[in-house]
Design a protein around this ligand. Sequence first.
Ligand code: PLP
Length: 404
Amino acid sequence: MYNISNIRNDFPILSRQVYGKPLVYLDNGATTQKPRQVVEVMTDEYYSVNANVHRGVHFLSQQATELHEGSRETVRQFIHAHSTNEIVFTRGTTESINLLASSFCESQMQAGDEVIISTMEHHSNIVPWQLMAARRGIAIKVIPMDDRGELLFDEYCKLFTPRTRLVSVAHVSNVLGTVNPVERMIAFAHSQGVPVLVDGAQSIPHMPVDVQALDADFYVFSGHKVYGPTGVGVLYGKEEWLDRLPPYQGGGEMIQTVTFEKTTFNELPFKFEAGTPDYIGTTGLARALDYVTALGMEQIAAYEHELTTYATEQLKQIPGMRIFGEAEQKGSVISFLVGNIHHFDMGTLLDRLGIAVRTGHHCAQPLMQRLGIEGTVRASFGLYNTKEEIDALVAGILRVSRMF
Ligand code: PLP
């Protein structure tokens, strides 16, 4: 049952005040708040289980290992991967993309080969490819979009050449909220023999994701954006692909045997997990996934859709309001500017009213260039937000507008 007041009670931070005003937290695209269930399970593990995983014969180490590997199974089920061998734990989306860019380029790409990304990528799905372009001479091609913030599918198809090796695209834009048609994009890429990496940072908290139904070759996300802890994330990769890719980092855990002459690597997924993993963080992530699963991803999606529709209607009534991103399929993110008010001024003044929004380029400067602006104000909703909070946002914007 979707009982919003029970849900909000699970998130202690939501009842705090800032500047003497009740907190209205609308920066969920940047990070989400944590339910007490997540914090408690992590505290309990530190207090009663803590030991390094995979290496110990002793009781605690085995218990910690069971918890850690159990978390991998929870992630597998959550995204419906075929096997836990396909779930690599990382520090987050950014590390997952860097891992893949490095390992994929090293083994699958030559100078002159091409990767396709889109206009609306976060810097973390642009810069790793640019690093590879500088180091290995690969080329980057960019899918254009229309003024509503939808990718141009025909133009996407035209970007493919015999040198295309990978497509790497956001599932949901962190600025425009556009839900990209990744299933269709993957199907086309596969018809050209090209694998696809989906950046799921902004989709995983908001909708059910089935990597097998999507037929994604790689799918990445961060724990902290889905009500889990910071510092832990996931790289999903089809086993047949991960098997072919070389390790990203070297160290403990990822080896089978080491001599000074030669090292053989561990099996999947450990080949990609050098060093002590954040095993407490993975417990927290698994608990967060259990939490959203209990609410139901379909229910969360429906609730957030209602909130976003309501917010869009209300915001549009504000004089001078410009909303960026009006795709047919849109997630729970609204980017906007009001009249000539600078996004930073709007964000700062809203903050004084207790309303937390994000301002700036949102780590998507090329998208800002496409839109011809420097930045926006962004309100992004989570499973615990309410219509009353949206009313507070609208009242806050009107108040700020009157000051200018
Ligand atoms: N990709 C998208 C679409 C994002 O919105 C973000 C974070 O805002 C990232 C990647 C990077 O995520 P992280 O900083 O957790 O690695």
